[in-house]
Design a protein around this ligand. Structure first.
Ligand code: CA
Length: 657
């Protein structure tokens, strides 16, 4: 065994093996409903294990940090706090439910040295997740530390299978913009196929696991506010996953890996979301339960729907006339924004943007403007470059945007998880709030609790998003598969700016079969993903030609679909095969499904009709993926029966009378 794995805290050059103080060898903390439990063991090394309904989900796994704190001596588990029940009610208007009630059991495990506090491990155990973080105390006059590595492990049981995305290698990919969380999933794979060759840089959060028949687990982290690096999971073999800090080569090798913290200081929360079924995972609020709002919103932010020329027409469309036509298109759809993508600084100019902003204002349409994140860590030539990474320049541009009524920014190509980079996200968000601007990130890391922490945060890409449908037929061929994965994995822990719901058959500016990739999924599928893929602002991949060439019922649906949700419910599904979910906005329910195939799927769903008659519009596909809509009413005992063909879907938009 690697020596480092048996130490709880490596202090300077000394190796500390925890001995026990006045506590027993193992202490537990149970969830409020008693079904989830964590046991922390402090015998020869500090470890924890997690159980669900008495079944082991995380086998004894190491805890520990490697720091540069000086000193020495033996670290002992000195005491364990009483278990305290924490309850909270908070608003999360841009997430999967508008009001969240959370409860968890909290317990601190205090580790010390020579009678002095060194570190706590704080656990919160809810009915649907286990979260923990480390708190490091000052040592004498030492009030800061560098955490260079973390020994935290997640040892999964024997029969576990994985649904994971390899972390992209640093400075790889287009214009050396990676890592940006845009790899293909490895779906339902045995652990022995998770090789270092396939994923030399480990796996991006979140990582989904099926533990035999015992249940499901989604592992991630939350609560990074520029004060820590972001992590991912390395697979060490022998069923051991371990927290890994960023690769030193990220950001062109500039900036350190690891984290610098003031003392007392915390690591981010490590979270294991778990359930016998997938419902507690799909419906989880763990990433937000564990964080706090960092500042007050400077505006009553408006989200909503918008149009976006780039997805069908690419860089050349970022010109004044085309953007004007997309403002007209947005107005016709009743949408409130247009996303003006890269190169506007040279192809439209600042004065041209001011004119577009005025033109849009008269039609109730605001602008989002694209920015490159930097000028120093990628080769992406698109401008504006070198603005968002410089506090003086970005605040100057933000002031100009505020003066012209611009609604938000989309900042692209970050390519890294170093603390240095996480601080840039934090700084951009905080500055943007000063100027009443919303923020979308692309080419970026996974958001970690940011919907609650930063009230002007909209969503991040951090997914193999719609641009790849344009770039490659292979991605179009996998569109249904990926749509049946995101609701269980990526979108579960953060708003996702996918830029989807195309109604073009072909990804080109004229929707003609002469070039580009071809969409294989149905129009109803596109409608369903407008609900499945959650983000409070949606710039859909629609094009003005869809007003003429798409079915009227599809356009009407896309005009009215909400982007903010009061409630989200998982109905049924299996990652990579199919998914059925329901979201509610006000008194209207959107029950939607997509089927990755290969076979058609017959569904019989019991709707919550206890309050009365269910009445709604049912959008379905026939075997040839031709869609239609009809009014369907169900009585009190009503069941809804639907057939979803492969690469098709359904939507039942209903109210209860
Ligand atoms: Ca991207």
């Amino acid at each position: 065994m690697n020596l480092r794995k048996v130490v709880f805290l490596l202090v300077g050059a000394g190796i500390c093996i925890p001995a026990l103080g006045g506590v027993r060898n193992a202490e537990s903390v149970n969830s409020p409903d008693g079904k989830v439990s964590v046991t922390v063991m402090g015998d020869s090394l500090a470890r924890y294990e997690v159980r669900l309904d008495d079944q082991l989900m995380i086998e004894p796994s190491a805890l520990g940090l490697v720091t540069n704190l000086k000193g020495g001596g033996i670290l002992t588990l000195d005491s364990v706090s009483e278990v305290r029940l924490l309850t909270d009610r908070y608003e999360l208007p841009t997430g999967k439910r508008a009001v969240v009630d959370s409860r968890a059991s909290e317990r601190f495990f205090h580790f010390g040295r020579d009678g002095r506090k060194a570190m706590d491990v704080e656990f919160r155990v809810s009915d649907a997740y286990v979260a923990f973080r480390y708190k490091v105390y000052p040592q004498g006059e030492t009030l800061c530390a560098v955490v260079s590595e973390e020994d935290t492990e997640f040892v999964v049981p024997e029969n576990t299978r994985a649904y994971v995305c390899p972390q992209m290698s640093p400075m790889s990919g287009w214009a050396r913009t990676a890592p940006s969380y845009e790899t293909h999933y490895q779906v339902d794979v045995a652990l022995d196929s998770l090789s270092r060759v396939a994923a030399p840089d480990g796996y991006s959060f979140p990582c989904l696991f099926r533990v035999g028949d015992a249940g499901w687990m989604l592992i991630s982290e939350t609560g990074i506010a520029g004060d820590y690096c972001a992590s991912h999971l390395d697979y060490e073999g022998d069923r051991i996953f371990k927290i890994a800090y960023p690769d030193p080569a990220e950001q062109n090798g500039f900036g350190t890996t690891g984290a610098a913290i003031a003392l007392p200081g915390y690591t981010p929360w490590r979270i294991v979301m778990l359930g016998k079924t997938l419902a507690p995972i799909v419906e989880t609020t763990a990433p937000w339960d564990l964080v706090e709002q960092l500042y007050v919103p400077s505006l009553d932010y408006q989200y909503g729907k918008g149009t976006w020329s780039w997805i069908m027409k690419m860089d050349p469309s970022c010109n004044f006339d085309e953007q004007k036509s997309y403002i007209d298109f947005a107005a016709e759809m009743g949408y409130s924004s247009v996303l003006v993508d890269a190169l506007w600084d040279t192809q439209i100019g600042y004065e041209g943007i001011e004119e577009l902003a005025r033109y849009g204002r008269d039609k109730g349409v605001s602008l989002y403007l694209w920015y490159n994140s930097n000028g120093t860590w990628n080769d992406a030539p698109q401008g504006p470059r070198g603005v968002m990474n410089d506090i003086v320049k970005r605040r100057k541009d933000m002031r100009w945007m505020a003066q012209n009524g611009v609604r938000g920014i989309k900042v692209d190509f970050f390519g890294g998880d170093k603390q240095e980079t996480m601080r840039l996200y934090h700084d951009i968000l905080a500055d943007a709030n000063d100027y009443g601007l919303l923020v979308i990130f692309h080419g970026c890391t996974l958001p970690r609790g940011w919907e609650r922490m930063y009230p002007n945060f909209v969503a991040s890409e951090a997914v193999r998003a719609s641009e790849n449908l344009h770039f490659s037929q292979a991605d179009c061929d996998l569109e249904a598969l990926n749509a049946a994965l995101h609701p269980f994995i990526r979108n579960t822990v953060g708003s996702m700016d996918f830029g989807g719901s195309a109604l073009n058959q072909f990804y080109n500016s004229k929707n003609k079969p002469d070039k580009g990739s071809q969409r294989r999924t149905s129009d109803v599928f596109a409608l369903a993903t407008a609900v499945l893929f959650q983000s409070p602002t949606q710039h859909f991949a629609l094009a003005p030609n869809n007003l003429d060439d798409a079915p009227a019922w599809a356009i009407d649906f896309m005009k009215s679909v909400p982007t903010l949700w009061d409630e989200t419910r998982f109905v049924e599904g299996r990652p990579g095969e199919y998914v059925v979910m329901e979201r509610r906005a006000g008194d209207t329910y959107y029950l939607v499904g997509v089927n990755a195939g290969p076979e058609a799927r017959k569904l019989t769903m019991n709707l919550p009709t206890s309050q009365g008659v269910v009445k709604g519009e049912l959008y379905t596909d026939d075997a040839a993926l031709a869609g239609s809509v009809k009014t369907v009413s169900l009585n009190r005992k009503g069941q809804l029966k639907v057939v979803m063909p492969a690469e098709g879907g359904f939507v039942y938009k209903y109210t209860v009378e």
